[in-house]
Design a protein around this ligand. Sequence first.
Ligand code: BG6
Length: 455
Amino acid sequence: MGEAGALVLFGITGDLARKMLLPALYRLSADGRLDLPIIGVAKTDLDLHGLREHAREACGGVRDAAFEQLAGNLRLVTGDYRDPATFKALREETAGKGFLVHYLAVPPSLFSPVAEGLAAEGLNRDARLVVEKPFGEDLQSARELNGELLRHFDEDHVRRVDHFLGKEPVEDLMVFRFANTLLEPIWNRSHIRSVQITMAEDFDVRDRGAFYDANGTIRDVVQNHLLQLLAILAMDPPPSTDARAQLDEKWRVLRAVQAIDPADVVRGQYDGYLGTDGVRAGSTTETYVALRAYIDNWRWAGVPWCIRSGKGLPTTDLEIVAELHRPPVTMFGVDGAPDSPNLIRFRLQPDAGVTFDLLVKEPGRQHARPVPVSVDFTKVLGPMQAAYERILTDAVSGDPRRFARFDLVEESWRIVQPVLDLPETPLPYAKGSWGPEPAAQIAPGGWHEISTTFD
Ligand code: BG6
């Protein structure tokens, strides 16, 4: 599995490339971490000069040596992704460049045609295929799509992007769990009462109406990003540090997650969603979901894993709260109420860090009060790399650990399959609220408030 001789970027003039990939490539060039030919493929009127200017704009109008290096590495092949001539031209452009990484930043309906076009020109040999999400729209279609890709590339040469796996704070969860003896012994059903994962976004579907309406929250972020988080939080320690051992453990825990029961789900749709461009009249697509999952293994049996996510919520935050069991006897409760539970909060976005809610004695009284003990990772450790910088680095180097192996993707679809396309109309909620009221019942004892910031 070689280091790449060239990166072929399908969809180089598209949205994802403009917002994420080109800026990440620029930062990697600036840090001296990526210097190789980048062959853009697109159906576009731009010529190479135009592409370079487009890239400059995507990188914030920069005029420096790093950008000149990136621009010097850019090439362009134009044409339709279903036209064999496009792939002939690509073969000529890539001749003699060695191992190729084909990065497909294009709609999923084009994954198979592109893989086929590449194979027709022999560009699937000595090459890796990297595909963006979504990977399928349910269990069946994911299997079909995978079958189509595996006709031309073997599993070892396919990488499925889940950009959450490129986020440093996500990876930090693993370090936190497995490098700190303080945590690992309590990380199980004997000590943890429930786990809550909240991914809130304070913006609506914006100009992505058509895409979003065909997907909804469960497909858009639960099946992939949030179940990946659950896997990292719930898995057993891998027997070694190699990528395969980690992926195997994630798979093992996902295998143990029960398929979601529709009775454990509340779906919502924010008021005004139906008026969005691209949204179907009377659409029952959810823009909010709260659900409860259970893991049938010795570590987690009976512990509810509560996940909620939505657009149009009060904040943009990604936070995990593990609630520990209360002590067996209340000794310091206020007016006979039980002591508050200890909480461990992993904050992943917008800032990253951890907070322990510990109980301390209130001065002058025999009562205990929770106080937060927090660390802001950025303050202590400095800035982090952006997710796409790490994804692109791994796409080029071939390290599979920050990608979604197909058996994990398959398990994730199995888990959400019973709650995809539920016939009931989602419950309405006002933008800026925390979703429909019945969602409160999904988390036993209610959802913990999100910690707003470290300051
Ligand atoms: C994408 C979803 O995969 O992730 C979006 O399609 C969502 O709807 C986004 O907003 C969130 O990613 P990030 O990295 O901005 O938190």
